[in-house]
Design a protein around this ligand. Structure first.
Ligand SMILES: Cc1ncc(C[n+]2csc(CCOP(=O)(O)OP(=O)(O)O)c2C)c(N)n1
Length: 383
């Protein structure tokens, strides 16, 4: 296996000193190493992968040095436009190194949402005209990387390293004092908050839950309670949970629709909030489970603890904002929301402040995405 430090040292020897990206479970050890080692000036966790490509572009324009952009291969969709219409050699010709975690590599068992993306990752890089190398735990970085990095510098273009599963050695932040530590510790974690919330929401409501452990926990809670799983588990398409919920709410004005979102997911496509806020929908409640981090892929921090979600929501046109951080207040806030919802003029947002962390034995949905879709649609159509 490759130590994250050796990897970054090799990149450093090629003048790559700055990192931008969205964390990935496959790159977890590399991400933890970068976050623990590099200063805020040299490393930023971005809202989405396109945001990282934009930053790397500006980084080059302002310094004449390329930067590194790291991401899960599911983030390739978010970078297509800035790569093809900005960084490509046919446009501004911006050098940068993309470090891409290869989920769903053909032949390697993975979750349904990664299968298609894993199959097409190499083709996508080919179509985008991005030269790349593949590395795994046995790669000799001094042989694999120089060629592609020389091409990046000489041809002034984005290039990529596609990283297989189990490439990086484990890395534990020795200080644990870095930004991955939450500023405040709240009494509930995400699963505890969901345990309280789910029974409060009426059985007739339509629930859309976000990517990662939120949906896994929703699924397991329903199973443990012998309840039918009619919630839409947004296993892919991170950042689009509230948009999906809003789409459902628009065509079901007589039903309450609840988005169970994460802070990382909310931030990823925050423009959606302005659209929801301006929608005039009165049957849509946006719940943000804010643990200030990307808990599902290793707990790397988001800016969820630094931003003012109330002002963002109200400024985006949401009619009301509620906040809570313990079980008692969560119950109270839900009562308030339920009684206020008849008089709402646009969506309401509930921020639930939680601490990071999940059960070690958390399972994954045993139903397929097709089964989940059918169950949700039967519930929506009262079939
Ligand atoms: C476009 C895209 N980028 C990255 C990922 C990897 N990913 C899956 S879940 C997740 C973290 C989600 O964070 P948040 O919404 O705050 O929820 P939490 O895990 O903290 O509950 C990430 C980065 C992804 N699935 N899709």
């Amino acid at each position: 296996m490759i130590s994250p430090k050796d990897f970054c040292d090799v990149l450093l020897s090629f003048g790559l000193t700055h990192y931008y990206g969205v964390p990935d479970s496959l790159l977890k050890n590399l991400c933890t190493y970068i976050d623990a080692t590099f200063s805020k000036e040299a490393h930023l966790i971005t809202a989405n992968e396109g945001n990282a490509v934009g930053l790397a572009t500006g980084h080059y324009l302002g310094s004449n040095s390329p930067a590194v952009v790291y991401m899960q291969n599911s983030g390739l969709g978010n970078v297509v436009n800035p790569l093809t219409s900005l960084a490509d050699t046919a446009v501004y010709s911006i050098p940068m190194l993309l470090v891409i975690g290869w989920r769903g590599e053909p032949g390697v068992k993975d979750e349904p949402q990664h299968v298609k993306q894993g199959q097409v990752t190499e083709q996508q890089l080919d179509v985008l005209g991005i030269p790349y190398v593949i590395i795994d735990g046995h790669s000799n970085l001094h042989q694999s990387l120089p060629g592609v990095l020389a091409q990046m510098a000489q041809e002034c273009r984005p290039v990529a390293v596609l990283v297989r599963k189990n490439t990086f050695d484990s890395y534990k932040d020795p200080t644990s004092s870095h930004s991955t530590v939450q500023r405040e510790s709240y009494p509930m974690n995400r699963e505890q908050a969901l345990q309280v919330l789910l029974p409060l929401i009426s059985a007739d409501a339509l629930i859309v839950s976000t990517t990662g452990k939120t949906s896994r926990e929703v699924f397991e809670i329903r199973k443990a309670r012998n309840e039918k799983n009619t919630d839409f588990l947004t296993v892919g398409g991170m950042g689009h949970t509230s948009s999906i919920a809003m789409g459902v709410a628009k065509v079901n004005p007589d039903r309450l629709v609840v988005a169970l979102d994460g802070d990382g997911s909310m931030l990823m496509h925050m423009g959606a909030m302005a659209i929801a806020g301006s929608s005039g929908l009165t049957n849509f409640i946006h719940i943000v489970l804010n643990n200030e981090c990307h808990d599902s892929v290793g707990g790397q921090p988001t800016v969820g603890g630094a931003i003012d979600i109330e002002r963002i929501a109200i400024g985006s046109g949401y009619s009301q904002y509620f906040v809570c951080s313990d079980e008692h207040t969560l119950r109270e806030r839900w009562l308030e929301i339920s009684s206020a919802s008849a008089n709402l003029s646009s969506p309401a947002l509930l921020e639930v402040k939680i601490r990071k962390g999940a059960r070690a034995d958390l399972g994954r949905p045993t139903s397929t995405p097709a089964e989940n879709k059918q169950a949700f649609m039967r519930h929506a159509l009262r079939d």
